[in-house]
Design a binder for this molecule. Structure first.
Ligand code: ARG
Length: 407
């Protein structure tokens, strides 16, 4: 008999796990996190639904059911550092699920310490990235804590889970009807399985919940403005979790943020993933555009490579690595200049940055203009080309000479 902290979503799988642990005589602390997953807009319905999850855990025999609202912590400590790195895995996926796992691990460890538990448990299967991310993060925080992954050790088929649930009074509810595997938080919603498993099948409209279908999008474009103050976004008086939720709503209404990709998982296989990430894709694009305005060419080139590394570390479960911390420190050095306004035009599933302004802009009217008031030194360009091309001219001359001598 031991005390186990179980990451509990309220779904069929983790409910069966909870019941099994209780019947085996363990004391189970069910841990449920509010990451803003309910609708991407942090609506009022979210907390009520999570209260029900908590009540369900207690009804199934959990000795304690902990519900933690970690939305602000998620944005401040995970999503925004990733935003500073413009983090997109394989160039497209904003890493919503990947960023939440080290936070889930942190809460598992903190709860285990609070209740004197000897192990933590999660419902990840052996096929995914999430087991890797959670377990690496738990180990980094407390190497002595044991992690249990019952669905990896003994995969539970859907019919078996349902049979067990029915036999042991675990409510099955609406989970039966859902054809997809969904994971969601403020940074995005991921949709897997069902008909999506065949990459030739276009994603059916019913897999989307945060982004409007083409026939429901406004006919007119909409302009929005995001302001950055030292790298921190502000939108219509909002910040943090509320800002991201509001952007999910605004960009989602135009059908923005749908991603359909073949993705390379850490464990070696390719999978077909569909995402809806309206808020995060818009924020990353706005941040990137402001960087282009205020950072030097060399800074941008160097940062682009390191940004990609940042996304890979996050995806691969290496969030707790010292390299990620070092990259955060690197990214923090740009924050001071990342102040300015970004205007975006949202329309029919796509968006574009169409206005930029910053007191730190390196863009200079006098240098750039083709009209009056040109301050650029055109004659200096002649000398520049002379010297910049010197190695090319030299090597051409040498080749020609050597060729003549040889023949
Ligand atoms: N493939 C994505 C990732 O690895 C999404 C994972 C979603 N997790 C889930 N349990 N459905 O980040």
């Amino acid at each position: 008999m031991s005390t186990i902290v179980l990451a509990y979503s309220g779904g069929l799988d983790t409910s069966v796990l909870l019941k099994r642990y209780v019947l085996a005589g363990h004391s189970v602390i069910a841990l449920t996190l509010d990451l803003g997953e309910s609708d991407g807009t942090a609506g009022a319905g979210a907390s009520a639904a999570l209260d029900e999850v908590r009540a369900k855990a207690l009804a199934l025999g959990a000795s304690e059911a902990v519900l933690a609202d970690v939305k602000e912590r998620f944005i401040a400590e995970f999503a925004y550092p990733a935003l500073r790195a413009n983090a997109l895995y394989q160039g497209v996926y904003p890493l919503s699920a990947a960023l939440s796992r080290p936070l889930i691990a942190a809460l598992l460890v903190e709860t285990a310490h609070r209740y004197g538990a000897d192990s933590v448990a999660h419902g990840c299967t052996g096929k995914g990235n999430d087991q890797v991310r959670i377990e690496l993060a738990v180990r980094a925080l407390d190497p002595k804590l044991k992690t249990l992954a019952p669905l990896r050790d003994e995969p539970l088929s859907r019919p078996d889970a349902i049979a067990y649930a029915q036999e042991h009074g675990v409510p099955v509810g609406s989970t039966l009807a859902k054809p997809y595997s969904i994971d969601a938080n403020l940074w995005g919603r991921s949709i897997e399985a069902g008909s999506l498993e065949d990459p030739w099948n276009a994603p059916p409209e019913d897999c989307y919940a945060w982004t409007a279908s083409p026939d429901k999008r406004p006919a007119q474009p909409e302009s929005i403005e995001i302001t950055f103050v030292e790298g921190v976004p502000h939108f219509e008086g909002l910040q943090g979790a509320q800002l991201v939720a509001a952007l999910n709503g605004r960009a989602g209404a135009h059908g923005i943020g749908r991603i359909d990709m073949i993705e390379d998982r850490v464990i070696g296989m390719k999978s077909r993933e569909v995402y809806e990430c309206p808020g995060s894709v818009v924020l990353i694009a706005a941040h990137k555009a402001l960087e282009r305005l205020v950072l030097t060419r060399d800074e941008l080139r160097c940062k682009a490579g390191l940004d990609q590394k940042y996304a890979e570390l996050t995806y691969d479960g290496l969030w707790p690595s010292p390299l990620r911390t070092a990259l955060d420190a690197f990214n923090a050095t740009f924050a001071q200049r990342l102040t300015g306004r970004v205007r975006l035009r949202l329309h029919q599933g796509s968006f574009a940055v169409d206005g930029l302004q910053s007191p730190f802009a390196l863009y200079d009217d006098g240098l750039a203009t083709y009209g009056h008031g040109d301050t650029f030194s055109h004659s200096a360009a002649t000398g520049f080309i002379e010297l910049w091309g010197l190695p090319l001219a030299l090597s051409a001359q040498v080749r020609e000479r050597a060729f003549e001598t040889a023949t």
